[in-house]
Design a protein around this ligand. Structure first.
Ligand code: 5GP
Ligand code: ZN
Length: 114
């Protein structure tokens, strides 16, 4: 989608520190990390939230989570743990309207989130 920062990151039009990149998904470092490890996992296809994915395309999320599973192992996050978060819409604090899974790790995370 035009003017979407994360579509531009997916296409390599805006630089990012990628830790994973394939035809479906990209995982890159958050510019303003909220934890010692803060990655963002995105599908390359543009949807604002899971509620926008048509049922015949819902595998997009399965593929994304399979990739996240590989990357959290590669990055050694599984022993101490990690948190996956998707913000959707105004009240959640979503700033970028392209689905992204936050991967937070490297410190004790408080619960419930604010
Ligand atoms: P949201 O609030 O939409 O759930 O999260 C958006 C996240 O994207 C924020 O944590 C913010 O720091 C990150 N972010 C926004 N713009 C950029 C960017 O251009 N590059 C990177 N790497 N992260 C970004
Ligand atoms: Zn987008």
């Amino acid at each position: 989608m035009e003017d979407c920062i994360f579509c531009k990151i997916a296409k390599g039009e805006i630089p990012s520190e990628k830790v994973y990149d394939d035809e479906h998904s990209v995982i890159f470092k958050d510019l303003n990390p909220k934890a010692p490890v803060h990655l963002l996992a995105i599908p390359k296809e543009h949807y604002a939230g899971v509620h926008e994915i048509p049922s015949d395309k819902i595998d997009t999320m399965g593929t994304l989570y399979a990739t996240i599973g590989k990357v959290v192992k590669q990055e050694n996050l599984t022993e101490n743990g990690y948190r996956l978060v998707i913000n959707s819409g105004k009240d959640s604090g979503q700033l970028v309207p392209h689905i992204h899974v936050h991967i937070l790790s490297g410190r004790k995370l408080t619960w419930p989130p604010g």
